[in-house]
Design a protein. Structure first.
Length: 209
């Protein structure tokens, strides 16, 4: 009897990456790409239609990003096996995806053989974490997380707003805004606002793309 092939859904907004990844996986005798999505919302819809064994999903996509798509898919099937495949290797991005329910996080510059092997491992129930991703996760664990309000303040700092403008935007006092900025600097281990924005962007805490 012929073994059942691993049914795969690929989601990436770049047509060439989507086509190349699909071709690579389809070339394997034990794999079959059943559908390919160009955005997160389409990924959720195609998952609902095809119920693949493994879903490979990009982090940055239009309409609905990777984290939102992961959450949407897991609402349909709590046991869904999802792999995030991204160019971003910032610890905050990795943590958000794994916290949302992805089984692992791969970088797009990995060799095709490594991606194929990971699909097989995830399909069999494993959660393989590449060394580079593991290092980023370990780095994340030593950081003190920012509160939701501090994240709001940091986003405004990144836009160039001063304390008085932040206070007005968030309907808080100038003193409270100043306190949030001070806490952000301490948690990020930096001395000024410019450095705070640079560190947060490098970690993936805030995004400019």
């Amino acid at each position: 009897m012929t073994a059942k092939r691993i049914q795969i859904l690929v989601a990436d907004d770049h047509p060439m990456i989507r086509a190349g990844l699909s071709a690579t996986l389809d070339a394997e005798g034990d794999m079959h790409v059943v559908a390919a999505a160009a955005n997160g919302a389409q990924a959720v819809a195609l998952f609902r239609e095809h119920r693949p064994d493994v879903t490979l999903i990009d982090l940055r996509m239009p309409v609905m990003d990777g984290v939102q798509a992961i959450q949407g898919i897991l609402q349909l099937a709590p046991g869904a096996k999802i792999i995030v495949l991204s160019t971003y290797q910032r610890d905050e991005d990795i943590f958000r995806c794994l916290k949302a329910g992805a089984k692992t996080y791969l970088l797009k510059d990995m060799l095709a053989n490594d991606i194929v092997r990971t699909v097989r491992e995830v399909s069999s129930g494993l959660r393989p974490i590449p060394p580079a991703v593991g290092e980023k996760l370990a780095e994340h664990m030593v950081h003190t997380p920012l509160t939701p309000r501090e994240l709001e303040v940091l986003e405004l700092v990144a836009r160039g707003l001063r304390n008085k403008e932040i206070a007005a935007a968030l309907s808080i006092t100038d003193l409270t805004a100043q306190g949030h900025v001070k806490s952000i600097l301490e948690k990020l281990g930096v001395h000024d606002r410019t450095e705070a924005v640079a560190v947060a962007a490098r970690r993936g805490t805030i995004h400019f793309d």
